[in-house]
Design a protein. Structure first.
Ligand SMILES: Cc1cc2nc3c(=O)[nH]c(=O)nc-3n(C[C@H](O)[C@H](O)[C@H](O)COP(=O)(O)OP(=O)(O)OC[C@H]3O[C@@H](n4cnc5c(N)ncnc54)[C@H](O)[C@@H]3O)c2cc1C
Length: 434
């Protein structure tokens, strides 16, 4: 008789509703609580984690295994298709219940539904809990019962539903003694050495960031990339090392929480859209963009990736990304606009590079924001809004501090003329405009 907790993108002990339910089931049945993580294959319609995310996950799992061992709970690691592995493990461990936090991408929902059915056929109860988003994606609908396509009405409806109940603490897990974790320490690939200087993956690192949350100047300074004015919580939220609900409540204590709450709701909106559009990473939301003449084989993609375009703000952003696995949001918009409009390269190639290199790469926020920048998403920036990187630099990095930090010496001349390429993009758009 065992209660099995299956950890996925919820690598935390605090405010983990699934873990609390699993611990309750263990206490009720006077049974041990056992935890498992599964290295799953890429199912059709999903893709393997990128390099930076894999780096992060390994460290986060190491931290989780230690935290659980400190409470006497073993974290088991297994690999394979969840539809076979979870029922097999549950039987092997004599589990009567299996508990997990819900995931919202269509192909994974199908996997989870099959796991649930198979467990039920074996007489094992499967329980799923919310917690990855602030509100369940299907619970926010407009007056006609339809999903939202526009952020502002979505955010109003979602904000009114954010649960009023306080985040939960760490559940009592019933074990009398802590044990040493035998989880192997992850090896540090040479390419990732600089990532380790910037981040502490795992719940302790997430809680430290949360404790530092200071929103006093957030609304005015969040767009200035040289300042550390944003929370830097995105990778911690991506891996569920802190719950969005806990972040929401912590922010509510701060002055001027509204702007920050609205950013958290953008995350929920991206998941709302992915829930309803499972092919968000591969298909233009607005179909007329299927006729747009984006390039798939422009050699300048390599300059963009390497931060050698000769455009200072773009190069600084791409180098920040390579060095840290992160890029400031304002600069993400600038490099995205530059790639898709000035260089005319397909947004999917930019999205794939971000997928591989961002520590916060997530299946909803990344394609959603790329489609937003490229102009082909719902509620996207209009295509003709082409960011001029020089004007953006004057406005948001007036002293050049951010550019000096990441791209102090620029050798190459610009690979594209900003004015000419802007006009070419507008002309290409006129062809598909209707
Ligand atoms: C082209 C592009 C790609 C992006 N890819 C990702 C991605 O893969 N993963 C990701 O988490 N964010 C992505 N973003 C959104 C945003 O850039 C990051 O969430 C933000 O920079 C994270 O920094 P922070 O935690 O300090 O943000 P804060 O300003 O402190 O915001 C708090 C939280 O709100 C959420 N948030 C803020 N802005 C957005 C947004 N535009 N969309 C969705 N959620 C948001 C994040 O969870 C963030 O941690 C992308 C933006 C662009 C323009």
């Amino acid at each position: 008789m065992t209660s099995l907790m299956w950890f996925r993108d919820d690598l935390r002990l605090h405010d983990n509703q699934a873990l609390s339910r699993a611990a309750e089931a263990a206490a009720l049945g006077d049974a041990p609580l056992v935890a498992v993580v599964l290295d799953e294959p890429a199912y059709p319609g999903t893709r393997p984690l990128g390099g930076a995310s894999t780096w992060w996950r390994e460290r986060s799992l190491y931290a989780l295994a230690r935290d659980l061992a400190g409470r006497g709970v073993e974290l088991i690691r297994a690999a394979g298709d969840a539809r076979e592995e979870i029922p097999r493990l549950a039987t092997e461990l004599g589990a009567t219940t299996v508990t997990w936090t819900r995931r919202y991408h269509g192909p994974l929902r199908e996997v989870d539904a099959t796991v649930k059915e198979t467990l039920a056929s074996q007489g094992i109860t499967a329980t799923s809990s919310p917690g990855f988003t602030l509100v369940e994606p299907w619970e926010v609908t407009n007056g006609q019962g339809q999903p939202y396509k526009v952020f502002t009405p979505f955010s109003k409806a979602a904000a009114s539903q954010v649960a009023g109940d306080e985040p939960e603490g760490v559940p009592e897990m019933g074990a009398s003694a802590s044990s040493a974790s035998s989880w192997p320490k992850p090896t540090e690939p040479a390419w990732a050495a600089s990532l380790a200087e910037h981040w502490t993956p795992g719940e302790a690192g997430a809680r430290e960031r949360l404790a530092q949350l200071d929103l006093a100047n957030y609304a005015e300074e969040r767009d200035i990339p040289a300042l550390n004015a944003t929370s830097l919580l995105s990778p911690h939220l991506r891996f569920g090392e802190v719950s969005p609900r806990e972040v929401w409540f912590a922010a509510a204590e701060e002055p001027e929480a509204a702007k920050f709450h609205s950013e958290l709701l953008w995350r929920d909106f991206a998941w709302h859209r992915l829930y309803h559009l499972p092919n968000l990473a591969t298909e233009n939301v607005r179909e007329k963009f299927d006729r747009f003449d984006w390039s798939w084989d422009d050699p300048r993609l390599k300059d963009w990736q390497a931060g050698t375009t000769g455009i200072p703000l773009v190069d600084a952003g791409m180098r920040e990304l390579w060095a840290t696995g992160y890029m400031h949001n304002r600069v993400r918009m600038v490099v995205g606009s530059f790639l898709t409009k000035n260089l005319g390269i397909h947004w999917r190639l930019g999205e794939e590079w971000f997928w591989d290199t961002l520590v916060d790469a997530d299946a909803a926020s990344n394609p959603f924001n790329w489609q937003w920048v490229a102009g082909c998403g719902d509620d996207a920036a209009p295509f003709f809004r082409i960011f001029n990187p020089e004007t953006q630099a004057k406005r948001f990095d007036p002293d050049g501090e951010y550019v000096r930090r990441w791209a102090p010496a620029l050798s190459a001349p610009p690979i594209v003329d900003l004015q000419e390429s802007r006009q070419a993009a507008l002309d290409a758009y006129a062809e598909i405009k209707d």
